[in-house]
Write a protein that binds this ligand. Structure first.
Ligand code: PLP
Length: 489
């Protein structure tokens, strides 16, 4: 399968690229991104075939159907990393919370957030492909808190790749920060920037597009790539668990094969939801994809009004910081899929120059056929955390946003799969506050009180963080990012 560009071709970039080219060089003409030329059509036969497959068998067959140019040995090595999740036979447990509400837990990997689902195998695939081509790569990652740890974890000590990871100083939880600043492999650099996630992501995009930066890297024999979900190499792995979760519901007798479900996704950069959208296009019976946001509710407004308007907005800090984003990169792939490259370029140009775009009414109708959306503020989130806990389910503040959207958007008598994107351990002060009322606790205190209250153990890799040495202490102004990265390489 070949990959094409969301904003059309500029006559300089190749018009079509292979999967490996798309992941090694993820930014396309006019600042666009790569999308599959066409998706595999799998249909219900694929679901039936995999009703009793393990996660890895399902994953491999799905990847094969994309006909990507990556050797089988690399794919096998990549998928083997799911063996290190909490339950090696099932990396993604799906748990019943109510008769019509199931939670698909995407956080059972090494860094306790859903980013591991894609970044674990992606690390092997990208470094494997780079090694085969005998090329060296600098991987940039901008993080709101979970991509960073997951990218550092998957790339550490891998040959031929260096990682520069930028996070907003003060914008992450303590556990997230410790996961990054205690990484000490020589091929990793962690940079705190004085700014928010959008500043980090803008810096990343501008470096990816900068010919002078790339020329400086080339002098050292290094090429540039990115670990954010602008990279299709992540999206492909994020289609699998949507299909797996559906099959789990069939196996658990919650639904019959072929029955429609709601997919309910806590969203920021929209990679997770995009995976669900592609899964639906390939084979999954989906009534709607319900997008849950926090107070940074641009996606809710887009889906409800057709307007993507950043003119009077700035990112606000919330209790679900992984979704503190205003420029949601993967919406562009939806625009492309629904409206084509010409219109996508027009809309994205509007956003770049006027901080705003607006869909016409036909376009809005098309968007709403597939998506509905709501947002949840911090106080509501805490109420949902507390209520769920009373019903014996412990969840994090990102997952909580889904519980609100489930109440307001899942209007038909249809089962909802809500995606839990982080373990309670990553955002413990908010959860402790919701459960016990304690305020301003340090992460370590909050972890202990939740552990006691809920009678669950703190996972060893989280506990260990508090005794590790801080090896990455760079904090800089955003203007100095390029210089800092050049120093590192
Ligand atoms: C990254 C992340 C999200 C948002 O996912 P997108 O794919 O960027 O929409 C939600 N919750 C958590 C905990 C995350 O780490």
């Amino acid at each position: 399968m070949k990959f094409i560009e969301t904003r059309g071709n500029d006559g300089i970039h190749p018009t079509k690229v292979t999967f490996s080219e798309a992941i090694l060089n993820p930014i396309a003409s006019f600042g666009g991104i790569y999308v599959p030329e066409e998706l595999p059509t799998l249909g219900e036969a694929f679901l039936s075939k995999h009703l009793n497959s393990s996660y890895k068998v399902l994953a491999k067959d799905l990847l094969n159907s994309f006909e990507i140019d990556v050797d089988e040995a690399i794919i096998d090595e990549a998928l083997a990393l799911y063996d290190h999740f909490d339950d090696s036979s099932n990396p993604v447990p799906v748990v019943k919370v109510k008769d019509d509400l199931y939670v698909s837990e995407l956080y059972h990997g090494p860094t306790r957030a859903f980013k591991d689902m894609a970044l674990q195998p992606f690390g092997v695939v990208l470094s494997g492909v780079a090694a085969q081509r005998d090329e060296k790569y600098l991987i940039l990652a901008a993080t709101s808190g979970d991509t960073g740890p997951a990218a550092l974890e998957t790339f550490k000590n891998r040959k031929g790749v260096q990682v520069a990871c930028m996070y907003p100083d003060g914008g992450t939880s303590d556990v997230q920060r410790l996961q990054m600043v205690t990484e000490d492999a020589p091929n990793l650099k962690v940079i705190g920037i004085k700014g928010d996630f959008d500043d980090a992501q803008n810096a990343l995009k501008s470096l990816l597009g900068s010919t002078t930066f790339k020329a400086k890297l080339k002098e050292k024999g290094i090429s540039l790539s990115a670990a954010n979900s602008v990279n299709f190499g992540r999206i492909i792995f994020q289609t699998i668990y949507h299909i797996h979760s559906y099959l789990e519901l069939v196996r658990q007798d919650a639904i019959k094969m072929g029955e429609k479900v709601y997919l309910n996704v806590p969203s920021g950069n929209f990679g997770n939801a995009l995976g669900g959208y592609y899964a639906q296009k390939m084979c999954l019976p989906v009534e709607k994809i319900i997008i849950a946001s926090n107070e940074n509710n641009v996606l809710t407004k887009l889906i409800n009004s057709g307007k993507y308007d950043l003119r009077d907005s700035s990112v606000v800090s919330t209790t679900s910081p992984a979704m503190d984003i205003l420029k949601s990169s993967n919406i562009e792939r939806i625009l492309y899929d629904l409206f084509g490259s010409k219109r996508t370029k027009e809309l994205m140009n509007d956003l770049d120059s006027n901080n705003c775009y607006e869909l016409n009414s036909n376009e809005l109708t098309a968007l709403q056929e597939m998506f509905s959306a709501d947002f949840c503020n911090g106080d509501e989130g805490k109420k949902y955390i507390k209520d769920a806990f009373t019903n014996n389910y412990l969840m994090d503040p990102h997952t909580a946003t889904c519980f609100k959207a489930y109440e307001t958007c899942a209007t038909k008598n249809i089962v909802t799969i809500a995606y839990s994107t982080a373990e309670w351990t990553k955002f413990s002060p908010t959860i402790a506050n919701a459960l016990t009322g304690e305020v301003d606790a340090e992460d370590i205190t909050a972890l202990e009180s939740i552990s006691k209250e809920a009678n669950v153990a703190i996972p060893s890799m989280i506990k260990a963080l508090f005794n590790k040495k801080i090896t990455q202490d760079t904090i800089i102004e955003k203007e100095n990012i390029e210089e800092e990265i050049l120093k590192f390489i």
